[in-house]
Write a protein that binds this ligand. Structure first.
Ligand code: TMP
Length: 236
Protein backbone atom coordinates (compact mmCIF):
# COMPACT_ATOMS: atom_id res chain seq x y z
CA UNK A 1 0.00 0.00 0.00
CA UNK A 2 1.36 3.42 -0.94
CA UNK A 3 1.56 5.96 1.84
CA UNK A 4 0.72 9.66 1.74
CA UNK A 5 3.02 12.58 1.03
CA UNK A 6 2.09 15.84 2.75
CA UNK A 7 4.35 18.83 2.29
CA UNK A 8 4.53 22.07 4.27
CA UNK A 9 5.47 25.24 2.41
CA UNK A 10 5.78 28.94 3.13
CA UNK A 11 8.30 31.77 3.24
CA UNK A 12 11.09 31.98 5.85
CA UNK A 13 9.65 33.00 9.21
CA UNK A 14 6.19 31.57 8.49
CA UNK A 15 6.55 29.26 11.52
CA UNK A 16 5.99 25.96 9.71
CA UNK A 17 9.14 24.26 11.04
CA UNK A 18 8.18 25.11 14.64
CA UNK A 19 4.70 23.68 14.13
CA UNK A 20 6.05 20.50 12.50
CA UNK A 21 8.54 20.02 15.36
CA UNK A 22 5.72 20.42 17.87
CA UNK A 23 3.52 17.83 16.12
CA UNK A 24 6.45 15.39 15.91
CA UNK A 25 7.13 15.91 19.63
CA UNK A 26 3.49 15.30 20.57
CA UNK A 27 3.42 12.08 18.52
CA UNK A 28 6.71 10.87 19.99
CA UNK A 29 5.39 11.49 23.51
CA UNK A 30 2.23 9.51 22.72
CA UNK A 31 -0.20 12.43 23.15
CA UNK A 32 -3.75 11.71 22.04
CA UNK A 33 -3.93 13.31 18.61
CA UNK A 34 -6.73 12.98 16.04
CA UNK A 35 -4.39 11.04 13.72
CA UNK A 36 -2.74 8.67 16.19
CA UNK A 37 -2.10 5.15 14.95
CA UNK A 38 -0.60 6.22 11.62
CA UNK A 39 3.11 5.81 10.99
CA UNK A 40 4.77 9.15 10.34
CA UNK A 41 8.09 10.09 8.81
CA UNK A 42 9.21 13.69 9.34
CA UNK A 43 11.71 14.96 6.83
CA UNK A 44 12.84 18.23 5.22
CA UNK A 45 14.53 19.99 2.32
CA UNK A 46 17.28 21.07 2.26
CA UNK A 47 18.21 17.71 3.77
CA UNK A 48 20.87 16.79 6.31
CA UNK A 49 22.74 14.94 3.53
CA UNK A 50 25.84 15.98 1.60
CA UNK A 51 23.97 18.19 -0.89
CA UNK A 52 21.89 19.75 1.87
CA UNK A 53 25.10 20.73 3.70
CA UNK A 54 26.56 22.22 0.53
CA UNK A 55 23.40 24.30 0.11
CA UNK A 56 23.44 25.54 3.70
CA UNK A 57 27.10 26.55 3.36
CA UNK A 58 26.27 28.40 0.16
CA UNK A 59 23.25 30.13 1.72
CA UNK A 60 25.37 31.18 4.70
CA UNK A 61 28.00 32.69 2.37
CA UNK A 62 25.33 34.38 0.27
CA UNK A 63 23.61 35.90 3.31
CA UNK A 64 26.72 38.06 3.77
CA UNK A 65 25.64 39.59 0.46
CA UNK A 66 21.86 39.76 -0.10
CA UNK A 67 20.21 36.92 -1.99
CA UNK A 68 18.58 37.90 -5.25
CA UNK A 69 20.94 40.86 -5.59
CA UNK A 70 22.27 41.85 -9.05
CA UNK A 71 25.94 41.03 -9.59
CA UNK A 72 28.31 40.05 -12.39
CA UNK A 73 27.96 36.37 -11.53
CA UNK A 74 24.28 36.48 -10.64
CA UNK A 75 23.16 34.17 -13.45
CA UNK A 76 25.68 31.43 -12.63
CA UNK A 77 25.05 31.78 -8.87
CA UNK A 78 21.30 31.41 -9.20
CA UNK A 79 21.53 28.47 -11.60
CA UNK A 80 24.03 26.77 -9.30
CA UNK A 81 21.64 27.23 -6.38
CA UNK A 82 18.73 25.72 -8.31
CA UNK A 83 20.71 22.67 -9.37
CA UNK A 84 22.10 22.11 -5.88
CA UNK A 85 18.56 22.13 -4.49
CA UNK A 86 17.50 19.74 -7.25
CA UNK A 87 20.38 17.34 -6.58
CA UNK A 88 19.39 17.36 -2.92
CA UNK A 89 15.78 16.65 -3.90
CA UNK A 90 16.81 13.70 -6.11
CA UNK A 91 18.61 12.06 -3.18
CA UNK A 92 15.81 12.92 -0.77
CA UNK A 93 13.22 11.38 -3.05
CA UNK A 94 15.08 8.18 -3.76
CA UNK A 95 16.61 7.54 -0.33
CA UNK A 96 13.91 8.82 2.02
CA UNK A 97 10.53 9.75 0.52
CA UNK A 98 9.86 6.86 -1.89
CA UNK A 99 10.97 4.06 0.49
CA UNK A 100 8.75 5.48 3.27
CA UNK A 101 5.79 5.78 0.90
CA UNK A 102 6.33 2.19 -0.21
CA UNK A 103 6.06 1.17 3.45
CA UNK A 104 2.69 2.94 3.65
CA UNK A 105 3.89 5.79 5.88
CA UNK A 106 2.58 9.32 6.17
CA UNK A 107 5.54 11.40 4.98
CA UNK A 108 5.60 14.98 6.23
CA UNK A 109 8.18 17.09 4.41
CA UNK A 110 9.14 20.56 5.63
CA UNK A 111 9.61 22.05 2.12
CA UNK A 112 9.72 20.09 -1.12
CA UNK A 113 9.72 20.91 -4.86
CA UNK A 114 7.19 23.77 -4.48
CA UNK A 115 9.91 25.70 -2.59
CA UNK A 116 12.02 25.51 -5.73
CA UNK A 117 9.16 26.74 -7.89
CA UNK A 118 8.44 29.68 -5.54
CA UNK A 119 12.00 30.67 -4.48
CA UNK A 120 14.00 29.88 -7.61
CA UNK A 121 10.98 31.10 -9.60
CA UNK A 122 11.82 34.47 -8.00
CA UNK A 123 15.64 34.35 -8.17
CA UNK A 124 15.60 33.24 -11.82
CA UNK A 125 13.37 36.11 -12.99
CA UNK A 126 15.13 37.75 -15.93
CA UNK A 127 17.52 34.80 -16.25
CA UNK A 128 15.19 32.27 -17.89
CA UNK A 129 11.78 32.96 -19.43
CA UNK A 130 8.78 31.90 -17.30
CA UNK A 131 10.92 30.60 -14.40
CA UNK A 132 8.05 29.13 -12.33
CA UNK A 133 6.85 26.96 -15.18
CA UNK A 134 10.42 26.08 -16.18
CA UNK A 135 11.39 24.91 -12.69
CA UNK A 136 8.16 22.91 -12.39
CA UNK A 137 8.79 21.25 -15.76
CA UNK A 138 12.36 20.35 -14.72
CA UNK A 139 10.90 18.21 -11.92
CA UNK A 140 7.99 16.65 -13.78
CA UNK A 141 9.66 13.68 -15.54
CA UNK A 142 11.33 12.22 -12.46
CA UNK A 143 9.81 13.59 -9.25
CA UNK A 144 6.44 12.98 -7.63
CA UNK A 145 3.79 15.58 -6.75
CA UNK A 146 2.67 15.66 -3.08
CA UNK A 147 -0.80 14.34 -2.26
CA UNK A 148 -1.47 17.49 -0.23
CA UNK A 149 0.40 20.70 0.50
CA UNK A 150 -0.18 22.91 3.53
CA UNK A 151 0.83 26.49 2.76
CA UNK A 152 1.62 28.80 5.69
CA UNK A 153 0.60 32.24 4.51
CA UNK A 154 2.09 35.22 6.37
CA UNK A 155 2.69 38.92 5.82
CA UNK A 156 6.34 39.12 4.62
CA UNK A 157 7.04 42.09 6.95
CA UNK A 158 5.99 40.01 9.97
CA UNK A 159 7.98 37.03 8.68
CA UNK A 160 11.15 39.15 8.43
CA UNK A 161 10.57 40.43 11.99
CA UNK A 162 10.22 36.84 13.22
CA UNK A 163 13.44 35.79 11.42
CA UNK A 164 15.26 38.77 12.91
CA UNK A 165 14.18 38.13 16.48
CA UNK A 166 15.01 34.43 16.10
CA UNK A 167 18.50 35.12 14.76
CA UNK A 168 19.08 37.76 17.45
CA UNK A 169 18.11 35.18 20.09
CA UNK A 170 20.59 32.68 18.64
CA UNK A 171 23.23 35.35 18.00
CA UNK A 172 23.30 34.64 14.25
CA UNK A 173 21.74 37.86 13.00
CA UNK A 174 23.14 38.76 9.60
CA UNK A 175 20.23 40.85 8.46
CA UNK A 176 19.81 43.60 11.01
CA UNK A 177 20.89 46.48 8.80
CA UNK A 178 17.92 48.35 7.36
CA UNK A 179 18.66 48.13 3.58
CA UNK A 180 19.23 44.37 3.84
CA UNK A 181 16.05 43.97 5.79
CA UNK A 182 14.17 45.91 3.13
CA UNK A 183 15.64 43.80 0.29
CA UNK A 184 14.87 40.59 2.18
CA UNK A 185 11.28 41.68 2.67
CA UNK A 186 10.94 42.57 -1.02
CA UNK A 187 12.35 39.18 -1.99
CA UNK A 188 10.07 37.26 0.38
CA UNK A 189 7.11 39.25 -0.95
CA UNK A 190 7.85 37.92 -4.45
CA UNK A 191 8.21 34.36 -3.10
CA UNK A 192 4.94 34.68 -1.16
CA UNK A 193 3.17 35.88 -4.32
CA UNK A 194 4.53 32.87 -6.18
CA UNK A 195 3.23 30.51 -3.48
CA UNK A 196 -0.20 32.19 -3.60
CA UNK A 197 -0.32 31.86 -7.36
CA UNK A 198 0.62 28.17 -7.12
CA UNK A 199 -2.07 27.53 -4.46
CA UNK A 200 -4.71 29.20 -6.63
CA UNK A 201 -3.62 27.11 -9.62
CA UNK A 202 -4.01 23.81 -7.75
CA UNK A 203 -6.82 24.31 -5.21
CA UNK A 204 -7.38 20.54 -4.88
CA UNK A 205 -3.83 20.03 -3.60
CA UNK A 206 -3.12 23.17 -1.54
CA UNK A 207 -4.64 24.08 1.83
CA UNK A 208 -3.70 27.55 3.03
CA UNK A 209 -3.30 28.32 6.73
CA UNK A 210 -3.23 31.87 8.09
CA UNK A 211 0.17 32.02 9.79
CA UNK A 212 -0.14 35.63 10.98
CA UNK A 213 -1.70 34.58 14.31
CA UNK A 214 -0.20 33.26 17.55
CA UNK A 215 1.79 30.01 17.53
CA UNK A 216 -0.80 28.08 19.58
CA UNK A 217 -3.60 29.00 17.16
CA UNK A 218 -1.52 28.03 14.13
CA UNK A 219 -0.64 24.70 15.74
CA UNK A 220 -4.28 23.94 16.52
CA UNK A 221 -5.40 24.85 12.99
CA UNK A 222 -2.60 22.75 11.43
CA UNK A 223 -3.58 19.69 13.47
CA UNK A 224 -7.22 20.14 12.48
CA UNK A 225 -6.27 20.42 8.77
CA UNK A 226 -3.90 17.46 9.02
CA UNK A 227 -6.55 15.24 10.63
CA UNK A 228 -9.01 16.21 7.90
CA UNK A 229 -6.50 15.56 5.10
CA UNK A 230 -5.56 12.20 6.54
CA UNK A 231 -9.17 11.07 6.77
CA UNK A 232 -9.84 12.40 3.23
CA UNK A 233 -6.85 10.59 1.76
CA UNK A 234 -7.54 7.35 3.65
CA UNK A 235 -7.14 4.51 1.23
CA UNK A 236 -9.37 1.46 1.61
P1 TMP B 1 14.92 26.29 5.60
O1 TMP B 1 15.06 27.59 6.31
O2 TMP B 1 13.52 25.82 5.45
O3 TMP B 1 15.86 25.24 6.10
O4 TMP B 1 15.40 26.58 4.08
C1 TMP B 1 16.59 27.26 3.81
C2 TMP B 1 16.39 28.29 2.73
O5 TMP B 1 16.39 27.67 1.45
C3 TMP B 1 15.09 29.09 2.82
O6 TMP B 1 15.40 30.46 2.59
C4 TMP B 1 14.28 28.56 1.65
C5 TMP B 1 15.34 28.18 0.66
N1 TMP B 1 14.97 27.17 -0.33
C6 TMP B 1 15.03 27.50 -1.69
O7 TMP B 1 15.34 28.62 -2.05
N2 TMP B 1 14.72 26.52 -2.58
C7 TMP B 1 14.40 25.24 -2.23
O8 TMP B 1 14.14 24.41 -3.09
C8 TMP B 1 14.37 24.91 -0.81
C9 TMP B 1 14.03 23.51 -0.40
C10 TMP B 1 14.66 25.90 0.09
Amino acid sequence: MRGILITFEGIDGSGKSTVIAEIARKLAEGERLPFRGKHFLFTAEPTEGEEGHLIREKLKRDSQTTRGQASRTRKAEQLEELFLFMADHAHHLEETVLPALEQGMVVISDRYSDSRVAYQGATLQGIVPHPLEWVRELHRPWSIVPDKTILFSIDPALAVERCLSRSEETGTSQMSKDPEKFEREEFLKEVAENFDRMAKGEPERFVTIDANCAKAEILEETMRVLAELLSETERP
